[in-house]
Structures are given as C-alpha cells and as structure tokens.
Design a protein around this ligand. Structure first.
Ligand code: NDP
Length: 248
C-alpha cells in the first residue's frame, strides 16, 4: 500500500538533517505540505524548501526546540499558512554524553530542556488546533536507549524514556478528540549524531542487532509516515521499535 498524505499538513521539528530531514522528504513525497524547524542551518533549510517545491509546498522555521515561545510561534506559522496542522513529529534532539561521575547539571538540563520539555512545548502548542479539528497525529521520536538505558547517556536516556510516558499520556488525554499520539523508538541510525561512533563501536553494535546493520534515516521515516497516515487510524499510545530487533 502506498501511503497518501496529500490532504495533510505536517510539522517536523529538527528537519534539516538526519532523521528529521528524511521524514520531511518522505512526507512531502507522499503529498503532504510540510513545515520544519531547525536551530542553526538556515542555508540548508532554505535549500530544502526549494527542493521540496518552494513556499507553496514547504515552510522552514528557525525555532529552538527548548523555547516555549518558539514552539508556539512555529505552530502558529503553520496554521496561519495552511489553516490546519494534521501531523506533528517531535524529532529535534541533542546529546551531551558523559558518565554520571563526570556529567554536570548543565549537561543534564540542556538535554532534558531540548528533548523532553521541548516536546511538551510543541505538543501543547499543537493540541489546541488539533482538538478543534478533532483530528491529528502526534509522533515523538524516542530511542532504543530510552527503553534499554545506556552507560554514558543518563541524561539522554531519561529524556527519551520520559517521552514514552509523555506520549502515552497524550494518547489517553486526546483520544476522545480524535487525536492520536505514538512513539517511534529508533535503534542506531547513521546520522551526524552517530557519526563519531567509530568503526570498532559500530561493529560491536551490529553484533547486538538481529538484522545485523545500523539503520538508515529512511527506515525511521517509513514508520513515522505510517503513524501520520490514515492507515494508522486505530493506532494510538503505541511504541514502535525501529531498531533491527535490538530491543525486544
Ligand atoms: P542530527 O543531529 O543528525 O540532526 C538533528 C536535527 O535537529 C537537525 O535538523 C538540527 O537542526 C535539529 N536540532 C537540534 N537541536 C535543535 C534545537 N534545539 N532546536 C531545533 N532544532 C534542533 O540528529 P538525528 O537525525 O540523528 O536525530 C533525530 C532524532 O532522533 C533525535 O531526537 C535523536 O535523539 C533521535 N534518535 C537518533 C538516533 C540515531 O542513532 N541517530 C537513535 C535514536 C533516536 P540544525 O541543523 O539547525 O542544527
């Protein structure tokens, strides 16, 4: 089945690179009008809008995921431009890795502010228009690390585990209004975030992955597209692991 998003408007946070970019491109290819946020890559963002067909088809919004005001402005810009918001993909995320013994409070707070509190801000901004529409799909991007934990990533794992409880709560609160909320939990995906992993570590990881390879951004985009689409009309509160079988 080919997924059709041609009647939908979707906002993706952190859409200039990696997984977010793959989601933006796939949603646009499926017919959606797509807005995306970014933090710093304005040239890349402008080029991506052009590649997607220009301002009628795409909108780039500079917005810090950790800022409540930026999140509100981003959602308002989407609704002002296209009159609705059908899909929200909470993808923007950062790491500040370090063993607990060396992790300072700032590294903890930065990751929680961007990855978890950022999800709260943007979902809160989107849920009013979605509730008014009595339709919408929210997808948060967690991580295998949020399910399994990982030495050296206590802050990141906490933020990603928090997203799961957060999203399930949204599913329970918003289901009666026709709004769905689901989580995608990627395994190790080849992006800038994992670029400095090194060959030895990547080979070690492959040994823990039943499918025997790291994932590609497109593997995650395919799962997100399903959850955004009407094919997932009866799916809410679900955690979809897209990790080659790493966590099961
Ligand atoms: P990348 O580092 O490759 O890309 C991050 C994207 O998020 C960029 O578009 C960046 O914008 C944007 N971004 C970062 N910080 C902010 C911010 N404060 N405000 C707005 N935008 C921001 O990350 P990935 O594609 O690898 O990861 C995407 C998501 O998937 C993250 O939530 C990550 O935790 C999660 N994930 C990734 C995995 C992996 O193996 N790669 C595994 C599991 C989960 P800009 O270009 O302007 O900097």
């Amino acid at each position: 089945m080919t997924l059709d998003l041609s009647d939908k408007t979707v906002l993706v946070t952190g859409g200039t690179r990696g997984i977010g970019r793959a989601i933006v491109e796939a949603a646009s290819a499926a017919g959606a009008t797509v807005a995306f946020t970014y933090r710093a890559s304005s040239d890349t963002a402008d080029q991506l809008v052009a590649d997607l067909g220009g301002p009628d088809r795409a909108l780039a919004i500079q917005a810090d995921a950790a800022s409540a005001d930026d999140a509100t402005a981003a959602v308002e810009a989407v609704v002002a431009k296209w009159g609705r918001i059908d899909g929200l993909v909470v993808n923007a995320g950062i790491t500040r890795d370090g063993l607990m013994i060396r992790m300072d409070a700032q590294a903890w707070q930065d990751v929680i502010d961007t990855n978890l509190t950022g999800a709260f801000h943007v979902a809160k901004a989107a849920y009013r228009p979605m509730m008014k529409q009595r339709a919408g799909s929210i997808v948060t991007i967690s991580s295998v690390v949020g399910v399994m934990g990982n030495a050296g990533q206590a802050n990141y794992a906490a933020s990603k585990a928090g997203l799961i409880g957060f999203t399930k709560s949204l599913a329970r609160e918003l289901g009666g209004r026709g709004v769905r909320a689901n989580v995608v939990a990627p395994g190790y995906i080849a992006t800038d975030m994992t670029a400095d992993l090194g060959d030895a570590a990547a080979d070690g990881l492959k040994g823990q992955i039943p499918l025997g390879r790291l994932g590609e951004p497109g593997d995650i985009a395919a799962a997100v597209l399903f959850l955004l689409s009407d094919a997932a009309a009866y799916v809410t509160g679900h955690v979809l692991h897209v990790d080659g079988g790493m966590a099961m």
